[in-house]
Design a protein around this ligand. Structure first.
Ligand code: NDP
Ligand code: MG
Length: 384
């Protein structure tokens, strides 16, 4: 039996992970779950999966849970989340929180040398250099990617070594606004931006997909996870989302991972790796029903998310953290109706311009840069 802690169990990835686990009850046990604001769903999950440890955002809600479930161990807030990342009995920690708030729990899980099933890409972007140094100090800790593209790259590289890899080709659906021109994006609404053609996901990542900042985050995530130069990472628009990403090798062979767009597969693979297992939850791809697989360049005149990420990534050090933090606040402001869609790019670009790059010699540096960047964006763009 493998004990799994799910950080962010009430979200899109979290609920998919619980479905994966439910279909394999004989193999996986839910040790701990964390939600933030969705009290009702968290209670349902407690009833159904009977986890020993629970974490919620707010202290009062934690007290309420304690009175309903006196036998459970209940934590709250950021400190609670860190404790949840470090539970001794856990074999696997799935990081499915949205945003850089997931960094510290991931750090704790590494220090306890857990397997980390990493969905929370913001952690790898903001703190990748730090995390990679930490992984050297805790060699038994391992990060298995859950992000579909990185799971695809990871799967495609099984049995090969890094020096055989020529290019990582990350596929992009192109998002809700694929094919649109700048003029058409000036006044798009939150509802329009939240309609993703192929994937059903949380609100923040759905906006990130529509700006292609998500793809930018994924470029940096790929660099950090696989230690491949930015010159050897490419993004290709593939609207059908059937090829989840590919690796081109030195001998010209390209290996791709393909399947139906469903996060349950990369989640399960991160749990069962290096094994592959059947599950009633996993739908098979019917190749006969596929009409076409097409590929196109990113229109980077319109969708600046990828180029900005390459710039941040190549600058390195604290710049990817600024790219991520500025985007997180920009998306929050867009979702609240405080800024326009295209201002998301302006905010990221200007936040990067005003930042003085620093060496990352401790986690504090990242926390400070994250805080400063958020403050800078709020004070310049959070108008009433
Ligand atoms: P959701 O918004 O659906 O879920 C986020 C989860 O994090 C919820 O459980 C939420 O709790 C919790 N949460 C939010 N804010 C905080 C906070 N401040 N402290 C603690 N917990 C918090 O996001 P997704 O599931 O879509 O995405 C999760 C991560 O996975 C992201 O990093 C995303 O980029 C990545 N990812 C997602 C994919 C997808 O298909 N959804 C695909 C690839 C990567 P509550 O709801 O109770 O408030
Ligand atoms: Mg992805």
């Amino acid at each position: 039996m493998k004990n799994i802690t799910i950080l962010g169990s009430t979200g899109s990835i979290g609920t998919s992970a619980l479905k994966v686990i439910e279909a394999k009850k004989e193999e996986f046990n839910v040790l701990g779950i964390s939600g933030y604001s969705n009290f009702e769903l968290l209670k349902e999950q407690i009833e159904k999966f009977n986890p020993k440890y629970i974490c919620i955002g707010d202290e009062n809600k934690a007290k309420e849970l304690e009175s309903i479930y006196p036998e459970k161990i209940i934590y709250f807030g950021d400190e609670g989340l860190k404790t949840m990342g470090a539970l001794d009995e856990a074999d696997i920690v799935l990081t499915a929180i949205s945003g850089a708030v997931g960094i510290e729990a991931t750090v704790e899980a590494i220090k306890k040398e857990k397997r980390i099933a990493l969905a929370n890409k913001e952690t790898m972007v903001a703190a990748g250099e730090y995390i990679n140094k930490l992984l050297k100090d805790y060699p038994k800790a391992e990060i298995i990617p859950v992000d579909s593209e990185h799971s695809a790259l990871f799967q495609s590289m099984q049995g090969s070594s890094k020096d055989e890899v020529k290019t990582l080709i990350i596929t992009a659906s192109g998002g809700t606004f694929r094919g649109k021109k700048l003029e058409e994006l000036k006044d798009v609404t939150v509802e329009q931006a939240l309609k993703h053609p192929n994937w059903s996901m949380g609100r923040k990542i759905t906006i990130d997909s529509s700006t292609l900042v998500n793809k930018g985050l994924e470029v940096i995530e790929a660099h950090m996870l696989f230690n491949i130069d930015y010159d050897n990472i490419e993004v290709l628009v593939h609207p059908q989302s059937i090829i989840h990403s590919m690796v081109e090798f030195e001998d010209s062979s390209i290996i791709a991972q393909i399947g139906v767009p469903d996060m349950k597969l990369p989640i399960q693979y991160a749990f069962t790796y290096p094994k592959r297992e059947a599950s009633s939850e996993l739908e098979r791809l019917n190749l006969r029903k596929l009409k076409e697989l097409t590929f196109d360049e990113v229109d980077s005149e319109v969708f600046k998310g990828v180029d900005l990420a390459f710039k941040a990534g190549r600058t390195g050090k604290t710049m990817p953290c600024v790219f991520n933090s500025a985007n997180e606040v920009a998306v929050e402001l867009f979702l609240k109706g405080k800024i326009k869609f295209l201002e998301i790019y302006e905010i990221i670009e200007k936040a990067m311009q005003q930042h003085e790059v620093k060496e990352i010699d401790s986690l504090e540096v990242i926390k400070d840069v994250d805080k400063e960047t958020r403050k800078w964006v709020y004070s310049n763009y959070a108008r009433d």
